[in-house]
Design a protein around this ligand. Sequence first.
Ligand code: GDP
Length: 239
Amino acid sequence: MAVFSEFVMSAASARQFLTDNLPEIALVGRSNVGKSSMINSLVRANKLARTSNTPGRTQTLNFYRIWPEGKPKVGDPADPDDKDRFSLKGTALEAAQSAHAFYFVDMPGYGYAKVSESQRQSWRKLIEHYLITRENLRAVIQIVDLRHPPSKDDVAMWEWLRHYGRVRLCLATKADKLPRGQRINNLRQIAADLGMKVVTGPDTGTTADASAEPLLMYSSEEGVGREELWAWTLLQVRS
Ligand code: GDP
């Protein structure tokens, strides 16, 4: 059965986070780096996550429910008065668990100059709270642009994830915008700038390892890295 994916909801505060405890994979990166495009290319949907040329628009945590084995027909119509109606419950939750459903959680993009300092601070608090405390968060995918050296914010985020021991993968996207001969050089530079000691591709054969720092070249346009990213993601949500 084909992968099925659905946008579930956007959370502007921790109170709105989903409570069904399905595994989550967070996506972090600068505004406009290509997070939405990555989700869409991975699940092969053009309009699931909204892509745009307007950085800074994403000011919420956006939850996408992914059904890798397709979505079984399950009941449990949502109660519109239930404040937690977006979370799965009962038989719907059981079906999701046995179908290995999980969430991609798209985080507010950092490093956008035009937002106010107070807005930046409140985003940061929300992201940090989520990344530090979320128990069903299995791994974090940090997205950087293969064409450029990582920004100060990129480096700070990667070091922060390392510090907190989050299982992580760095995805260097927009590979199609570079000539093939230049791609590996840029990838090496990114590894060096992020302080990766041993650079590996994503390990898809073992369980999650928070000391590994896998780096993967990606293109949402060309499909470079897609299979590896999918295999790594499934390993994280199933282990
Ligand atoms: P987000 O803000 O991180 O969600 O970024 P988007 O996914 O909206 O992408 C920002 C812009 O970069 C859009 O115009 C995308 O079409 C473009 N883009 C994203 N990923 C790629 C890629 O792999 N290759 C190319 N050529 N363009 C991309």
